[in-house]
Structures are given as C-alpha cells and as structure tokens.
Design a protein around this ligand. Structure first.
Ligand SMILES: Cc1ncc(COP(=O)(O)O)c(C=O)c1O
Length: 504
C-alpha cells in the first residue's frame, strides 16, 4: 500500500534519488565555494598540496566514520588513535618522557574553540569555591575565549595589546589577575597578526599568582617548533616553559588533517580532571565525556591519525620550510607596494598588512584581489588598530607567490582608481545613531537591502551575498563592536533560512 502521508522537502526527497544524482548535487553546490586547494585562499583552509594526502585522509575517514567515540571500551581503535594523537602533540610541544613535562595528558576535541572552552571549563571547575570566576586574556586572544566565557558564565578581563608590538605587557597581565582569576591565557601565535605573546613572562606572573596559564597554540602550535628547528627565532612557548599548565593545538590547521580535530593538552592528569563530565543519575548508560560532544565520529580522528603517520616529522619540517619561504615572498610583495605596510613583521605563518595614510581603501583592495582570484581576509579596525588584510599562508601557496606580487600591485592601482567606499548618507547616519537594542527586524531588513545582502531581484547579487563586500565591510567598520555583533547575527540569520523544496 502506498503511504499517502509521505514527507519531502529540503534535502528529503520523496522516493530517494540515485547515489550519483545525490553526489552530483553536492558537487554542484560545492562549485559556488571558494577554492580549498590551489593556494589562492588565505583563510579557513590549510592545504599542504601533498599528492595523495587527501585520498589517504578520506579513506581513513571512511573506515572510522561510523565509529562512536562515546565509549572507548566499545571502540578501542579510537582510543588508541586518540592517545597516539595526544602523544604526538605532547612531543611536538615539549612534553612526554624524558622532558620537564613527563606527565602531559590530553584529549582530542572537534576544534580550537572546543579546546579553549574546555581549558576554561577545567580552570573554572578546579575552583568551585570561586563564585564569580574570571579569566585574563590579551585583546589579541582568539574570540573563542570570549565564547568560552559567555557559555560558561566566566567574566573576561581583556588586557590591551601594544599598538607597536601587538602583544600584551606581562606587567599589565599581572595587574589584571585578581583573587577570582582562574586562568590566564596567551597566544602562540595570535590569529589576527601571527605574533607570539611573551609566554614565559606571562606564565611566570600566572604561576606567581597560583593561577593556571593556557597557551593557545591552536593556530601555530604545529609550525612554530618546526620553524625553530629551521633556525627561526621562535621564543619558548610550550611545556618547556615553567608555569604553562595547558596548551591547545589544532590538527586541522597546520598538521594538515581534515576538519574536526584539535588537541587540548594539560601538564598533568590532575589539571585535566575537572575537564571531564560524568553523569550516572539517570536510567540509561553512565555518561562520561572528556569533551563537549558525547557521540563523536571516529572519522576526523582516523583521518588525522593517517595524516600524521604519513607526513611524519620530516614531512612537517619540509612543509614548514616551504611555508616559511612563501611567507617571505608574500611579505616582500607587500613591501614592494609603497602604499601598503606590514602591520607586523612575519614571525610565523601570517602576513598581515594595512594601508598607508594615502593608500588604497583596504576593503576595496580585498574586492579587487578577489576579482583577480585571491581570497584574502579583511580585518576591521579595532581599539586603535587599523583595518588590515590577513593572509594565512600554507604550503600550497608557495608555487603561487610569484603571481601574487603583480596582482597585488594591480589590485592596489585599481582600488586607488576606484577610491574609498563612501557609505550612502542614510546608512552612515543610521549606523552612527544605531544601538544594538534599536535594531528592529525592519531596520535590519532595510540595511540588508541597502547593502545587497540576502539576494533577491533588487540587490544585483548573484547569490545571497553581494559580489563586492566593501560596502558591507565599511558599514561594519564604522560600527562599534557590540553593534557589529548584532548586525552580523541579524545578517547571518537572514541567510540561514530553510529551503523547503523545488516550489518554495
Ligand atoms: C589562535 C586560535 N585559537 C582558536 C581558534 C579557533 O579554532 P576553530 O576555528 O578550530 O574552532 C583559532 C582559529 O583560527 C585560532 O587561530
């Protein structure tokens, strides 16, 4: 009998489509994305351009995709691979047998944000006697610390960074530590500018105060040790530094594993203990989770394991050398343009530049680079720091470096010719007067329409975003952070709408 109440809509087809049709749909949708390979996308992706590595990782992922990390006794393969990943990360970051941090332990998480949330949770829950816990972070710390503070109801004490060095002063970090501080954090390196904080000094002031110190090496923890071995002047930032109690490193960044794998390390098991969540007070299985997720796919863990096994220490050293040379080449390309200046001398794998006084509008420049096939990341002005352009550099960029210089020069010339973005008067006055509380759905819809967001016949855009983003970035840049947050929440909310089927 045919079931008349069948449901279809969105991804759910009524009778199921053939496998090759479903896959073709995925491929068609993927065609709209920025290119994950080829060395022209300077954010979000980490591509070593090693032949065969994608296939290996995909095969390993497939082997373990349905394995559940929820119960290590049922799936010992995952426990073994996790322990091997933690051991590798511990070794790369100065811990393990024969070091000054022989008792390092850790967990595999889904990403940097989860690692940081758990570092904050462990620090918070180590002090149940502190009713209103706080953490101290430099202004350059990753936004995930703010997310952790928000989720865990921990107050965030933000220490400004020097406009010259882009680092916090250890004395200012020390001054921010109070009786309710449960964690002090710093970056090695920061995402925005790629600079390494004075970890040894910050860890020392934290230790003096009897407070944990977390080093966020999510971004660069897998490259800095190799850059040091290549002779670069990388300061100590790992477990060789007294006072460092935990470190996070993302394997889905510079360990070049597919997305979904980070490692959170603690100097010893006692420091890690409050990270766990266990619950036996219900009729089902006793839940014991080291990380936020309970059910966890083995796919990313197996893929990371295979990636590390295949590339090996020598592979990472070689990739770090290739990346270092690419960074140097890109930095030279920036130096060669009079109207641009590096915001920081590269000391890791980031090139970050801004414009001189009479230079191009950076947001227009980003659009001009996009038009030439280079996908860079604009960073808004913040607390005295100018707007900037961020390039995360990976090994796949190396063969492209020679093409970047001429395109950068041409994009700058084009941006100078276009001139700076001028916000239409009504948008400028609106953003000047708006408070986050005053953002009604009507105001948001009006703004989105004016900016060409959300697609539709009036916007002239080919997708939900306008082809050029300079106007959107200029508007956001003109807004204070709290308004930026609200605007982006509203704009992304407009994009996240269900599709119901062919005739919605
Ligand atoms: C320094 C640093 N910490 C944390 C994160 C957050 O990592 P994820 O995006 O994997 O959650 C990032 C991401 O770029 C980062 O650069």
């Amino acid at each position: 009998m045919i079931d008349e109440s069948r449901v279809s809509g969105g991804a759910l087809s009524s009778d199921g489509v053939a496998a090759d049709v479903a896959l073709a749909e995925v491929r068609r949708l993927r065609a709209a994305d920025r290119p994950t390979h080829g060395g022209r996308l300077f954010a979000y992706v980490y591509d070593p351009a090693v032949p065969g590595l994608d296939e290996l990782a995909a095969a390993a992922h497939r082997e373990s995709a349905h394995v559940n990390g929820l119960d290590p006794t049922a799936f010992p393969s995952l426990l073994a691979m996790e322990n091997a990943l933690v051991g590798a990360a511990g070794r790369v970051l100065g811990g393990g047998p024969g070091t000054t941090a022989p008792d390092v332990v850790g967990s595999v998480t889904s990403g940097g944000t989860e690692s940081l949330i758990l570092a904050v949770k462990a620090a918070r829950d180590a002090h149940p006697e502190i009713a209103a816990p706080r953490i101290v972070v430099p202004a350059s710390a990753h936004a995930a610390f703010a997310k952790a503070a928000h989720y865990l109801r921990v107050a965030l004490d933000v220490v400004p960074v020097s406009l010259d060095t882009l680092r916090p002063e250890p004395a200012a970090m020390a001054a921010a530590i109070g009786p309710e501080t449960v964690l002090v954090a710093c970056s090695a390196p920061s995402y925005a500018h790629g600079v390494v904080d004075p970890v040894a000094e910050i860890a020392a002031v934290a230790a003096d105060a009897g407070v944990r110190c977390h080093v966020d090496a999510c971004f660069g923890g897998w490259t800095l040790p190799y850059l040091r071995r290549l002779g670069e002047p990388v300061p100590a930032f790992d477990f060789t530094v007294p006072g460092v109690t935990s470190i996070s490193v993302d394997l889905h960044k510079y360990a070049y594993a597919p997305k979904g794998v980070s490692v959170l390390l603690h100097r010893d098991a006692a420091l890690r203990a409050p990270q766990y969540f266990a619950y036996a007070d219900w009729p089902g299985y006793t839940m014991i989770n080291p990380v936020i997720a309970s059910t966890r796919s083995g796919g990313p863990i197996a893929a990371a394991y295979a990636t590390l096994r295949h590339l090996g220490d020598a592979g990472y050293l070689r990739l770090a050398a290739v990346t270092r040379d690419a960074v140097a080449g890109l930095a030279d390309a920036v130096r060669a343009v009079d109207s641009l200046r590096l915001l920081a001398e590269p000391e890791s794998t980031v090139v970050c530049f801004t414009a001189t006084e009479d230079g191009p509008d950076l947001f227009v420049l980003v659009d001009e680079l996009t038009a030439r096939g280079w996908h860079t990341q604009p960073q808004l002005s913040y607390a005295g720091l100018p707007a900037s352009v961020h390039l995360t550099v990976t090994a796949s960029v190396a063969p492209r470096v020679a093409e970047f210089g001429p395109d950068l020069a041409a994009a700058v010339a084009a941006a100078q010719a276009v001139g700076p973005v001028r916000l239409p008067a009504e948008l400028a006055s609106l953003v000047g007067a708006l408070t986050p509380e005053a953002l009604t759905p009507e105001v948001v819809a009006g703004l989105a329409g004016g900016l060409g967001l959300g697609g539709g016949p009036d916007t002239g855009a080919s997708g939900p975003l306008p082809d050029r983003m300079a106007l959107v970035n200029t508007l956001l840049d003109a807004a204070p952070p709290a308004l930026r947050e609200r605007l982006l929440v509203e704009f992304v909310g407009l994009l996240q709408r269900p599709t119901w089927g062919s005739d919605d």
